[in-house]
Design a protein around this ligand. Structure first.
Ligand code: ATP
Ligand code: MG
Ligand code: MG
Ligand code: MG
Length: 439
C-alpha cells in the first residue's frame, strides 16, 4: 500500500476524551472513529488489525476442531423466551420491533440461536462431538461504554458452542477450547492468565476468564506469580488426545488464580506472600461449561448409544477481538506509539522513502516494495513528500514491526537502514540483503 493513496487520518493532538493509552493511540493512529457513545467505525488501519486478530483466532479455533459459520446479528425474541433469558437479560439487551410488530433483538450472545440450529438437525450421539463458532458483531447496551473499543456497545466477538453426549466428553470440549485460547493469546504476544470466574447471565458452574494484567483493567484479580513464567502449549498439541488436554488444563489451573467474584480468602492466604499477585486485569476471553441449561428448556435432545434421549451437554467460548486489540496496545507501546506483535500488525513492514523524486531513492524503494510484496510481506510504503521527522513519527505511532529507511546517500551506495520498532535496533545493510534478512 502506498501511503499517498491510503487513508490514514493521523491526529496530531492527543484526544482529550481518551482516558487510557490504547484509546488515545487508536484514535491518534487513525484506527477508529467514534460515531456515537460506544459505537465505532474501523478505519482502514484498524480494520487491518481486526482482520489479523480474527485470523489468528480463526486458525486456532480451526486447529482445535471447531467449525466456522455465521449467524445473523438480529435475533427473534421468541427464541430467548424459550430459554427464559428474554426477561432475565435486562437493559443490556437492545430490543427492536419490526414493521409487523414482532419482537427482535440485537444479539448480545448466541446460545439460544445455536441451540435452535443444533436441535433442527442433530439427533444422534454419532454426530457428536460438535463445536460451531462464528465471528460476528454483538450489541450490549453497556451502562458505561468507555475506553474506546475496550468497552463499546457494538463489539466483535468470536463465540464458539460445543455439543456433547455426556459430562465427560463436554469437559474435554472445554479443555480443547481452554488450550486453543492459551495458544491464541500467546500468538498475539500476550500473557493471558486463565482465572476461575463467575458465569453471570450465561449460567453454569465451570468457567474461566482469560485475563491480561494491566493497571487500566476493570477487574480486580488475584493469582500466583508462577503464571507469569508459564509457556503456552506448542503447535504440536494433539486436540484429539483428551488425557493430554486435561493434563495441560490441570497444569494451568493448579496455581491460584481467581477474579474478584470467585476470590477465596482462605485459599489466597495459603499462597506464600511473596508469590501473590493482586492486580487489575482485562478480560479478553471467557469460557463456560453449562451442561444442559439451554438444551433442556429448548428441547435439544440426542439419542445416546443405549437408545435413550438425553439433553445435549453444552459449553460456550467467547473472545472479543475488538477489546483484544486495545488490550494488546495496553501491553505493548512506548512514548512514541504502538508496538505491534508480529502476528497482528496491520502491515509487516514500513518502507520509508526519505526523498521521493530522488531518482536513486525511488528506484531502491520501488524495487523493495515489489520484492517484499512478492515475498508475501504486507508493506506500507511512505512515498509522500513530507518532513523526515513527520515520517518517523508516523511510522513509530502506527507501530509496524520493521521499518526500512531509504535515504539518498545510502541509496547511491546501494544501502538501506533497517529499524526494529520494538527495541529500536538499527542496522545498515545492502539492498539485496533486505529480503533474506526479513524472511
Ligand atoms: P465484561 O465483564 O467486561 O462486561 P462480559 O463478562 O460481559 O465482559 P462475556 O459475556 O464473557 O463478556 O463475553 C465474551 C467476551 O466478549 C469478553 O471476554 C470480552 O472479550 C468481549 N466483550 C464483552 N463485552 C464487551 C464490550 N462491551 N466491548 C468489547 N468487548 C466485549
Ligand atoms: Mg459485560
Ligand atoms: Mg465479565
Ligand atoms: Mg465474561
Amino acid at each position: 500500500m502506498r501511503l499517498s493513496r491510503y487513508f490514514l487520518p493521523i491526529l496530531k493532538e492527543t484526544p482529550k476524551e481518551a482516558e487510557i493509552v490504547s484509546h488515545r493511540l487508536m484514535l491518534r493512529a487513525g484506527m477508529i472513529r467514534q460515531q456515537a457513545a460506544g459505537l465505532y467505525s474501523w478505519l482502514p488501519l484498524g480494520k487491518r488489525v481486526l482482520d489479523k486478530v480474527s485470523r489468528v483466532i480463526r486458525e486456532e479455533q480451526d486447529r482445535s476442531g471447531a467449525i466456522e459459520m455465521l449467524m445473523p446479528t438480529i435475533q427473534s425474541a421468541d427464541l430467548w423466551r424459550e430459554s427464559g433469558r428474554y426477561d432475565d437479560y435486562g437493559k443490556e439487551m437492545l430490543r427492536i420491533e419490526d414493521r409487523h410488530e414482532r419482537d427482535l433483538l440485537f444479539g448480545p450472545t448466541n446460545e439460544e440461536m445455536i441451540t435452535d440450529i443444533f436441535r433442527s438437525y442433530v439427533r444422534s450421539y454419532k454426530d457428536l462431538p460438535l463445536n460451531l463458532y462464528h465471528i460476528q458483531w454483538k450489541f450490549r447496551d453497556e451502562v458505561r461504554p468507555r475506553f474506546g473499543v475496550m468497552r463499546s456497545r457494538e463489539f466483535l466477538m468470536k463465540d464458539a458452542y460445543s455439543f456433547d453426549i455426556d459430562y465427560e466428553s463436554s469437559k474435554t470440549a472445554y479443555d480443547r477450547m481452554f488450550v486453543a485460547y492459551l495458544r491464541t493469546f500467546e500468538r498475539m504476544g500476550l500473557k493471558a492468565i486463565p482465572m476461575r470466574a463467575d458465569t453471570g447471565p450465561i449460567g453454569g458452574k465451570l468457567s474461566h476468564e482469560f485475563i491480561i494484567l494491566a493497571s487500566t483493567g476493570e477487574s480486580e484479580v488475584f493469582c500466583h506469580r508462577d503464571y507469569l513464567d508459564m509457556a503456552a502449549p506448542g503447535e504440536g498439541v494433539d486436540f484429539t488426545d483428551a488425557a493430554a488436554l486435561a493434563d495441560i488444563v490441570n497444569t494451568w489451573t493448579t496455581p491460584y488464580a481467581a477474579t474478584e467474584e470467585m476470590h477465596d480468602e482462605a485459599a489466597w492466604n495459603a499462597v506464600p506472600e511473596g508469590e501473590r499477585v493482586a492486580a487489575r486485569g482485562i478480560e479478553v476471553g471467557h469460557i463456560f461449561h453449562f451442561g444442559t441449561k439451554y438444551s433442556e428448556p429448548m428441547k435439544a435432545y440426542v439419542t445416546g448409544p443405549d437408545g435413550k434421549d438425553v439433553p445435549v451437554f453444552m459449553g460456550s467460548y467467547g473472545i472479543g477481538p475488538s477489546r483484544l486489540i486495545a488490550a494488546i496496545i495496553e501491553a505493548s507501546h512506548d512514548e512514541n506509539g504502538i508496538i505491534w506483535p508480529k502476528g497482528v500488525a496491520p502491515f509487516d513492514v514500513g518502507l520509508i522513502n526519505m526523498k521521493p523524486g530522488d531518482a536513486e531513492c525511488d528506484v531502491v524503494c520501488e524495487r523493495l516494495y515489489a520484492e517484499l510484496q512478492a515475498a508475501g510481506q504486507d508493506v506500507l510504503y511512505d512515498d509522500q513528500d513530507t518532513r523526515a521527522g513527520a515520517k518517523f513519527a508516523t511510522m513509530d505511532l502506527i507501530g509496524l514491526p520493521v521499518q526500512i529507511i531509504v535515504g539518498p546517500r545510502g541509496a547511491k551506495a546501494g544501502e538501506v537502514e533497517l529499524k526494529l520498532r520494538a527495541g529500536g535496533e538499527r542496522e545498515t545493510l545492502p539492498v539485496g540483503d533486505v529480503l533474506r534478512r526479513l524472511s
